[in-house]
Write a protein that binds this ligand. Structure first.
Ligand code: 73E
Length: 833
């Protein structure tokens, strides 16, 4: 199906429109026009931010026709829409990405340069919308890019947090959190749509009643109301007319409030109600995979889910359809359990508000919703205490009890007398303080359940969702994660992109499997030389950046060994540190030790309340302080912790990497996506058989991947056998020396207490089994060292890594979702000239 739009055009033939034209003179005129009329500035008074804003509006003008055309086709009854429900969208800066996707980078660069400005400077000044914690939020952003690029009509639904993920500063080696004021200068990419605001209710009580047909019904009498105001951001597809929408909801107090209260003299009360309402979308919870069970978090979840479902229902009815066919027009994907209250809210909307029969509503609900699980970590499984849930959402709690009762009846028929299984499958955890299990709710209320990498999907079936798998195996599937090569190659690594273009032509950015055509180039010495030169230049740029940001000078001719991701014990940044201290110890013992110089680069945020993670940051910076200043080693070892790792910095760091650290304990990293970004940019991986590492290794070939560590089955076996970390400490002389060195205060000015919590945890508990994997890791790192010194072969492996990453384009992931879960098709849009 190709659709053309007949939206009115305001174009006068023969005259380039200031809002759409792409001629250099037109672009310049439009740019200064926006500076004057939108920013209200003359060039001699304008700051870089003003120029950035003027350019952003100039670019936005140029996508509006396509955006409106895409919005227009959503109203057609036959067009199927994917709704991606996610509490996080970690979009990264928009300007550069839109220049690439609209294919206007070159003319805009020329226009900006002819205006005496520097395009890169304007791109760099954009404050990124950090509305996510890490991989899960960034995945949502990559998926929006691919949905648009594949011309699949889609809407991303989430929360417009006023404060996104905090900015990280490092003070005296420790993380300090600073509020992220991303909206400070305004946001040129969003359009508020207050006319499409919806009402969201909380609290109160429920009341049974009989309707005019004599049927038993329930009415919810809420205790309070807030408004959800949609803010839309255009999501451009790459070289296509599709421009989808990211719709983020902001919470506001209903307007009527303040006036009545004001008239009654309760000025404080009126203002306070407003403050309380607006708190809902105030700040992103900065915890990655650690649930705190705070009431505000449940309010946020319900808020954006209810806003989005009401929006979906409005669109369904406005397209001329009835709610009986909601599942034919919409497919709604729940990004983890964060939006899983959607199961209960969609039932409530259909049954209580739109008067459908329960069974009919249930059929529609389960055919509309699907659930992606992103983690096996027990501390990330969402549960809400029944009393908290009931006080905030009394009607939803009743609905969940009803769903549960009907569901458990079916389970009883299938497994008569199996009380233990019933207890496991129940939506309610009856142990201790009773709680609602959101993963169970999501499983029961969805027609599809997927994990995010092959290994993860298998482990889901064997462990946390085992009973659900036995009961409903047909719902389970795998969709391995992917990342968008537009942002993670074309935008972030233009030099490598140009080199690849010269070798294999273009077209590969949308058909990433075509990178395989580079395989033969790996044997071409000339090409290897060019590849090496590109990497060398980018490393030099990163070295400059590191010097500016931290004052640490690093040598671009050393091996750039990089670990960037959230700081978490299961990701084992401290295993990386044990290796660094091992090398340090070796060099101190034998200063003539033959080894390639290495620069270890770390980046990542710790959840503000996660003491162990914050101490790991302090350990990295402390080891760096000693190593970088020690003349015995500092020509061969450098350790850098780069503050405030985010999407913008990721775009600098992946292209410069030579070794990618993916060293989680096997079975704990569901997929990982940084691993893909590194490898696409020609870094080799040192990693465990965990998450998507397994599939990356399959694709690039075992000989081009540095594998170490226990496999999941070995981890399970060791644990059940009774793991004793101390035995590794006593039986491994180097390991003991390394741990003793840290414990002695060598890296903490003699303070033996600073790292004691970390060391004691390793020696007495070691839940992530660093000590068990230590020797295998160090041996593997020695292999890396030898491989790096055979530089021709290293470059060969680097080229082969990039060449074989086609599978990990998010385009492939989205095609998998579209075929197996959403049944969604491309709808190419024709725009009349
Ligand atoms: O392995 C990653 C995965 O690549 C996983 O840890 C991450 O999701 C990525 C994308 O699939 C993830 N984040 C969360 N759960 N899994 C999470 C949980 C609670 C709050 C915020 C994020």
């Amino acid at each position: 199906m190709t659709v053309s739009t007949n939206l009115p055009s305001f174009h006068t033939p023969g005259v380039e429109d200031d809002r759409t034209g792409l001629g250099i003179e037109t672009l310049k005129r439009a740019f200064f026009d926006n500076l004057y009329y939108v920013q209200g500035k003359l060039p001699n008074r304008a700051s870089t931010v003003d120029y950035y804003m003027a350019l952003a509006y100039t670019v936005r003008d140029r996508l509006l026709q396509r955006w409106l055309a895409t919005e227009d086709i959503l109203t057609r009854p036959e067009v199927r829409i994917v709704g991606y429900l996610s509490a996080e969208f970690l979009m990264g800066p928009h300007l550069g990405n839109n220049l690439i996707n609209l294919d206007i980078y070159a003319p805009v660069k020329q226009a900006i340069e002819e205006s005496g400005l520097n395009l890169q400077e304007l791109i760099d000044i954009e404050e990124e919308p950090g509305l996510g914690n890490g991989g899960l939020g960034r995945l949502a952003a990559c998926y929006l890019d691919s949905l648009a690029s594949l011309q699949i009509p889609a809407i991303g639904y989430g929360i417009r947090y006023e404060f996104g993920i905090f900015d990280q500063e490092i003070v005296d080696g420790w993380q300090v959190e600073i509020t992220d004021k991303w909206l400070k200068y305004g946001n040129p990419w969003e359009v508020a749509r207050p006319e499409e605001a919806v009402e969201i209710k909380f609290g109160g009580y429920t009341q049974p009643y009989t309707d005019d047909q004599g049927r038993y019904r329930v009415r919810w009498v809420p205790g309070s109301t807030v408004m959800g105001i949609p803010y839309d951001t255009p999501i451009t597809g790459y070289n296509v007319n599709t421009v989808n929408t990211l719709r983020l909801w902001k919470a506001e107090a209903p307007e009527s409030f303040d006036f009545t209260a004001f008239n009654q003299g309760d000025y404080w009360g009126a203002v306070n109600d407003k403050v309380v309402s607006e708190t809902i979308s105030k700040v992103l919870y900065p915890n990655d995979e650690q649930i705190q069970g705070k009431q505000l978090r449940l309010q946020q979840q319900f808020f954006f889910v209810s806003c989005s479902l009401q929006d979906v229902i409005r669109r369904q009815l406005e397209s001329g359809r009835t709610l009986d066919t909601l599942h034919e027009k919409f497919s709604l994907q729940m990004n983890d359990t964060h939006p899983s209250v959607a199961v209960a809210e969609l039932m409530r909307l259909l049954v209580d508000e739109h008067m459908l029969e329960w069974d009919h509503a249930w059929d529609i609900t389960t055919r509309t919703l699907a659930y992606t699980n992103h983690t096996l970590l027990p501390e990330a499984l969402e549960k809400w205490s029944v009393s908290l849930f009931g006080s905030l959402l009394p009607r939803h709690l009743e609905i969940i009890f009803e769903i549960n009762s009907r569901f458990l009846d079916q389970v009883r028929l299938r497994y008569p007398g199996d009380e233990a299984r019933l207890g496991q499958l129940s939506l309610i955890d009856e142990g201790g303080d009773r709680s609602v299990r959101m993963a169970n709710l999501a499983c029961v209320g969805s027609h599809a359940i997927n994990g995010v990498a092959a290994l993860h999907s298998e482990l889901l079936k064997k462990t946390v969702l085992h009973d659900f798998y036995e009961l409903m195996p047909e719902k389970f599937c795998n969709v391995t994660n992917g990342v968008t090569p537009r942002r993670w190659l074309a935008l972030s690594n233009p030099r490598l992109t140009a080199l690849i273009d010269r070798r294999i032509g273009n077209g590969w950015l949308t058909h990433l499997d075509r990178l395989r055509e580079l395989e033969s180039a790996a044997d071409d010495a000339g090409f290897r030389h060019e590849w090496r030169m590109v990497k060398r230049d980018i490393k030099a740029d990163l070295a400059d950046h590191i010097a500016n940001r931290t004052g640490i000078s690093v040598n671009p001719d050393t091996l750039f060994d990089i670990q960037v991701k959230r700081i978490h014990e299961y990701k084992r940044q401290h295993l990386n540190v044990l290796h660094i201290v091992t090398l340090y110890h070796r060099l101190k013992q034998n200063p003539n030790q033959d080894m390639a110089g290495r620069t270890f680069i770390f980046g990542g945020k710790a959840a503000p309340g996660y003491d162990m993670a914050k101490r790991i940051i302090k350990l990295i910076t402390s080891v760096g302080d000693v190593v970088n200043k020690d003349p015995d080693v500092s020509d061969r070892l450098r350790v850098v912790f780069l503050p405030d790792y985010n999407v913008t910095f990721g775009q600098r760091v992946y292209p410069a990497a030579e070794l990618s650290e993916q060293i989680s304990l096997a079975g704990l990293e569901a997929s990982g996506t940084g691993n893909m970004k590194f490898s696409m940019n020609g870094a080799l991986t040192i990693g465990t058989l965990d998450g998507a590492n397994v599939e990356i290794r399959e694709e690039v070939g075992a000989e081009n991947f540095f594998l170490f560590g226990m496999k999941t089955e070995e981890v399970t076996a060791l644990r059940s056998q009774g793991y004793n970390p101390m035995s590794y400490y006593h039986s491994n002389e180097t390991l003991k020396a390394v741990i003793d060195l840290i414990a002695s205060g060598h890296f903490s000015h003699g303070d033996r207490e600073l790292f004691r919590p970390l060391i004691d945890n390793l020696l007495y508990h070691d839940p992530y089994m660093l000590l068990a994997d230590y020797q295998s890791y160090v041996d593997c790192q020695d292999q890396v060292d030898r491989a790096y010194r055979d530089s021709e072969n290293w470059v060969r492996m680097s080229i082969l890594n990039a060449a074989r990453m086609g599978k990990f384009s998010s385009d492939r992931s989205i095609q998998d979702y579209a075929q197996t879960i959403w049944q969604a098709d491309a709808v190419p849009i024709e725009i009349e000239a």
